[in-house]
Design a protein around this ligand. Structure first.
Ligand SMILES: [Zn+2]
Length: 346
């Protein structure tokens, strides 16, 4: 979701509108600074960027990043937060019987176990890849068992970890759409002249709309969903909860932060339609959204419910209505953006 180009990060962003929480925080730092000369001196010596969030509060994060999506400029506190492993830490957790969350607060990475090995979705980015590696070990993944790494799109926060992971995964094929591979290569190249340079692995397996990857007792469907980026893909697969099996989707891209013109927004809306049809279809509908960004649908808060639930209770992530509501909300944002792009003649 993150548009990382050095220009955005390096340029001084306009002062963002503050949320209530940010206002409280700003007030608190003002009070602290006034509490003594020592504090004032300290703040003068090291004008550290305040942490924008405590923990991983989905609504606050979403609000701040919607603002970033509108301005296209990264506020310094968010930029610092993204690169702070401590702030980003999430204890890996079991989401379904065959699924673990191994991502961080900002961006997801999913482990899906099958009867013939493991599929990993997305690779995080630095400085969080060591955390991903530790998380994989913590949930008992044998690296030789990872057969596929499915990547959603070419932005660094989803593919930036591939370069460190690849040598550790002797049997894994790295997978993305052709446009996704191209976007990643181009984006990595552009980063070379910036303080946040990253490198991309060489192109691996190319998938296209309608392809399926069969592994053991699971099948991973590829759904091209251009819009967030031109090469974005979503993946559809089975998740298990006791005796029940559900169809889940990882929607590849959610934000409008990399939009170039109205045509791209039209593509974004068409992709939402495509996903909506899968949720509404009578035969084997998609009922679970395992998101690429946990704050996009309150995953961090749902985590507590999933972990603490009684085994007889249904998994709260089986929520087709919640997914439809999220799609409707994304559509409202996209329709607003479409107007803006059209008015600007783009
Ligand atoms: Zn992205």
């Amino acid at each position: 979701m993150l548009e990382l180009n050095g220009v955005n990060l390096a340029s001084r962003p306009p002062r963002p509108a503050r949320t209530a929480a940010a206002r409280t925080k700003a007030l608190r730092s003002l009070v602290l600074a006034g509490a003594g000369l020592f504090a004032a001196a300290l703040s003068m010596a090291a004008p550290a960027v305040a942490q924008p969030f405590e923990g991983c509060p989905s609504k606050e994060i979403l609000a701040r990043f919607e603002e970033f999506g509108r301005t296209g400029k990264m506020p310094p506190d968010l930029g610092a937060w993204l690169g702070n492993p401590k702030a980003q830490y999430i204890e890996p957790w079991k989401v379904f019987d065959n699924v673990h969350y191994v991502g961080v607060c900002w961006v997801s990475s999913w482990v899906i176990r099958t009867s013939d090995g493991i599929v990993l979705i997305d690779t995080l980015h630095e400085p969080h890849v060591d955390q991903l590696i530790a998380n994989l070990r913590k949930v008992g993944v044998d690296f030789a068992d990872i057969k596929y790494v499915l990547m959603t799109h070419g932005h660094f926060d989803h593919v930036g970890g591939a370069v460190k992971l690849k040598p550790l995964l002797p049997n894994a094929k790295f997978v993305m759409t052709q446009t996704g591979w191209d976007e990643a290569a181009q984006s990595a190249k552009q980063s070379e002249a910036t303080p946040r340079r990253w490198s991309m692995i060489e192109q691996g397996v190319v998938v296209k709309d309608g392809d399926t990857i069969k592994l053991g007792d699971n099948t991973f469907g590829v759904l091209e969903t251009p819009g967030h980026t031109h090469g974005t893909a979503s993946y559809i697969y089975d998740v298990k909860d006791g005796a029940k099996t559900y169809r889940a989707i990882t929607v590849g891209g959610l934000g409008l932060n990399a939009i170039e013109n109205s045509k791209q927004v039209e593509g974004f809306i068409a992709s939402l339609d495509k996903i909506e049809r899968l949720v509404k279809q009578p035969n084997n509908p998609v009922t679970v959204h395992l998101t690429t960004h946990p704050f996009s649908n309150g995953l961090t808060e749902i985590r507590e419910k999933v972990i603490t639930r009684n085994s007889s209770e249904p998994n709260p992530l089986v929520d087709p209505q919640g997914l439809l509501a999220q799609l409707a909300s994304l559509r409202r944002g996209a329709e607003e953006r479409l107007e803006i792009e059209r008015k600007a003649g783009r």
